[in-house]
Design a binder for this molecule. Structure first.
Ligand SMILES: Nc1ncnc2c1ncn2[C@@H]1O[C@H](COP(=O)(O)OP(=O)(O)OP(=O)(O)O)[C@@H](O)[C@H]1O
Length: 269
């Protein structure tokens, strides 16, 4: 696991969870009070965690700290030594490179020998179901296809942890729905640990095994729901039929939506 900086605002080595935050606080120099205060969170290897919260509550700040792009003001952060792969709302591909070259670049940065790069990039484009687009440049691809390339590029980094900051929020509903399926398939196939930020409760419930709600200013994790009983009802001894399963899932979604609304109105008040 990871390197250490200062004891108070540090990155420390420890076995166990893939990500562990303890008493994490972040205050920006020019900000009015802390954006994050005393955030505690442990994410086990291979878990899929969805993080919900009002706009501006600090979700991206939290992800940026886990990614090492921001330093915490206080608290302890444990992440894998290798760091994490990141994916954003904007695919941020190099426009002059083909889809395959965009993926190859990530392989090159990881030190994969030149002779292996093209084959590995093709495999990754197949994994995201985009093999036919390997020679296309980003402007020739749809928004959904660009996000698939961005996902292949993030996977090319071979990091255990994948951090996703609203990666599908700019896509239309049908494309998003398809990408949800693809992401779940890829998560099961690769065993990555995923932290996925969204404003969308349906998306959070569909994707996350754990759905976390962040409070607004200061941001901390105030509630958590376990969706696994709905995803694997037999393993969790759910005795109802498909309809009652849907109904209880609907109830869960309404409960989470209600709590998110409370947080949004508290922030707006
Ligand atoms: N570098 C920075 N300097 C000062 N303030 C910042 C900085 N980055 C973020 N903030 C502030 O921290 C707060 C949280 O921002 P952040 O982007 O983490 O929220 P968020 O929950 O991801 O929002 P959204 O859902 O709208 O993307 C905001 O008030 C923002 O203005």
């Amino acid at each position: 696991m990871s390197t250490s900086t200062t004891p108070a605002a540090g990155r420390t080595a420890a076995p166990g969870p893939a990500i562990r935050l303890e008493g994490l606080t972040k205050t920006f120099a020019e900000a009015d009070g802390p954006v994050l205060a005393d955030v505690d969170l442990a994410v086990e290897p291979g878990q899929f965690v969805a993080l919900l919260g009002a706009s501006g509550c600090g979700k991206s700040t939290l992800l940026n700290i886990v990614a090492g792009l921001e330093e915490p003001t206080d608290g302890t952060l444990t992440v894998p030594d290798e760091g994490a792969a990141l994916m954003f709302q904007d695919a941020a591909l190099f426009p002059w490179l083909t889809a395959r070259r965009n993926v190859e670049l990530a392989l090159e940065l990881r030190g994969v020998p030149r002779a292996e790069r093209a084959g590995r990039a093709r495999e990754l484009l197949e994994l995201v179901r985009l093999p036919h687009a390997e020679h296309k440049r980003p402007h020739e691809l749809s928004g959904g296809m660009r996000q698939r390339v961005a996902l292949a590029r993030a996977l090319a980094q071979e990091r255990e942890v994948l951090l996703m900051d609203e990666p599908f929020s700019a896509l239309d509903a049908i494309t998003r729905d398809l990408l949800h399926e693809e992401l779940l398939r890829i998560w099961r196939a690769t065993g990555r640990t995923i932290v996925f930020i969204t404003h969308n409760v349906g998306e959070a419930v569909r994707l996350g095994e754990r759905v976390l709600l962040m409070s607004s200013r200061p941001g901390r994790i105030v509630e958590e729901w376990d969706t696994r009983p709905w995803k694997d009802p037999d393993a969790y001894g759910f005795e109802g039929n498909a309809q009652s399963l849907d109904e209880t899932l609907g109830e869960l979604t309404r409960t989470i939506t209600g709590r998110l609304r409370e947080e949004i109105s508290r922030h707006a008040a």
